[in-house]
Design a protein around this ligand. Structure first.
Ligand SMILES: Cc1cc2nc3c(=O)[nH]c(=O)nc-3n(C[C@H](O)[C@H](O)[C@H](O)COP(=O)(O)O)c2cc1C
Length: 207
């Protein structure tokens, strides 16, 4: 069992989502003695700008035209980043809400790894197909305020629906969530509630 942990808050020890993710990892280690863990931090990856040859290479793949030598080289950089992402069974994400959505570094990472022929495909016969169909994910979502049903702010939440849609598009067979909400108002209760859920999900039977 290999887990890719994608840490999307830049706040280190002060991050609520990171804290819950660390507890999840400790619990998972107890349940899975031979657990292999790979840590991916989009904030320290020095991600390449997704423009120029890299962007043109994507359109060459989509249109089926021959890429230039520079495009081939740029695309191999994308492939290396994707290969690391693709090389796991289970994915743990810790994701803060920033302006009702995800932090821009995670979006940058998503824009690099979400590529035709790597994480998805398209044919006129079959339409779009996710290629990561044997994977599962647990997402720890942190928000300063609360967006759950009954708050009246459900529609402001672009964070959880977006990540869920993205992983569904890639073909993930199971996507679980842990919510650490109202961290700006009552962080203690938020962490306690989230921890309960996270530790249960870290049980090997549910991975
Ligand atoms: C740039 C920025 C934008 C934020 N935007 C929102 C927001 O739209 N809604 C919200 O509820 N909280 C917002 N917050 C608060 C964070 O979601 C909250 O502090 C959360 O705990 C961050 O996750 P972390 O503790 O794992 O870093 C924002 C925080 C930052 C730094």
């Amino acid at each position: 069992m290999k887990i890719n942990y994608i840490e999307c808050s830049p706040r280190g020890e002060r991050s609520h989502s990171t804290k819950i993710a660390q507890a999840y990892i400790e619990q998972a280690k107890k349940n899975i003695p031979d657990l292999e863990l790979n840590h991916i931090n989009p904030w320290s990856l020095n991600l390449p700008e997704f423009d120029g040859d890299m962007l043109n290479a994507k359109y060459s793949v989509i249109s089926g035209t021959d890429p230039s030598a520079d495009e081939v080289s740029a695309w191999s950089n994308v492939k290396n980043i994707f290969d690391e992402f693709n090389n796991a069974d289970h994915y743990l994400f810790s994701v803060p809400m920033w302006n009702f959505n995800i932090p821009y570094k995670l979006k940058h990472y998503i824009d690099i790894i979400t590529q035709p022929g790597m994480s998805w495909s398209y044919t006129p016969e079959d339409g779009y197909k996710g290629l990561m169909t044997d994977k599962t994910a647990t997402i720890i979502y942190a928000t300063g305020d609360g967006y759950s049903e009954g708050t009246g702010f459900e529609s402001f939440d672009m964070q959880k629906p977006y990540v869920n849609l993205w992983l569904t598009f890639l073909g993930f067979k199971k996507i679980e969530r842990v919510v650490v909400d109202r961290t700006l108002f009552d962080a203690e209760t938020a962490e306690k509630n989230a921890l309960d859920v996270a530790l249960k999900l870290a049980n090997i039977n549910t991975l």
